[in-house]
Design a protein around this ligand. Sequence first.
Ligand SMILES: [Zn+2]
Length: 243
Amino acid sequence: MRIYNPLEKFGLKDTVAAFSARLDGNMSLSYGDTRDSLENRKAFLSAIGIDYRWLACAKQVHGKNIEYITEEQKGSGALDYDSSISDTDGFITDKKNIPLAVLTADCLSIFVYDPARPAIAILHAGWRGTEKNVAGEGVRKMGERFSSKPKELLVGFGPSIRSCCFEVEKDFKSNFPFGLVERGGRIFMDIALINREQLKTSGVKAENILDPELCTFSQNKDFFSFRKEAESAGRMISVIMLK
Ligand SMILES: [Zn+2]
């Protein structure tokens, strides 16, 4: 098992943050082969000091609704998909020992930490969420709920499909003024770059955004990719918790 910690360089003492890889198995209770998913979660999360029964998970819909999570929602979606929190693509909390999770296979996961409160967020940004600026919404929500100052926020990205591999339709040009790359008459989207720019526009400092630059499609042996594997694709878990 290799534990990827997207916030590692910040040296945070009071926070656990990690994303899983293919090796750790499917973490979804609704997509791909789910037979071992609970056992996979248990093994991966216990290795980073998280009880898998505490997880807060979402029924992700590629929107920008972000929920504030307290003890009441702890464990939602931890043991079955149906109890996941509906219509949500991000979580924020300032409560300890509540692991916030999103599940991805190509979409970008965004980890946010506010050292002042402290408070945390996890966000799910595919192209649709990116179009809706879910990253900016996360920053706004942390400001509203925790008085977080954007310039103090520390951000890390998970793995995602990247501009090397993410071909999109030509009409994306009208929806994304930047972050599209043309190669050989084809259009490719740079989800990570667009989210980075959105975060900067929201006031997050460029040097406070860490990007491991991992592509789920070209590094498919290490990560699940929906583009590559279609319906059989499992999901990686991205999780963050204040301890
Ligand atoms: Zn790639």
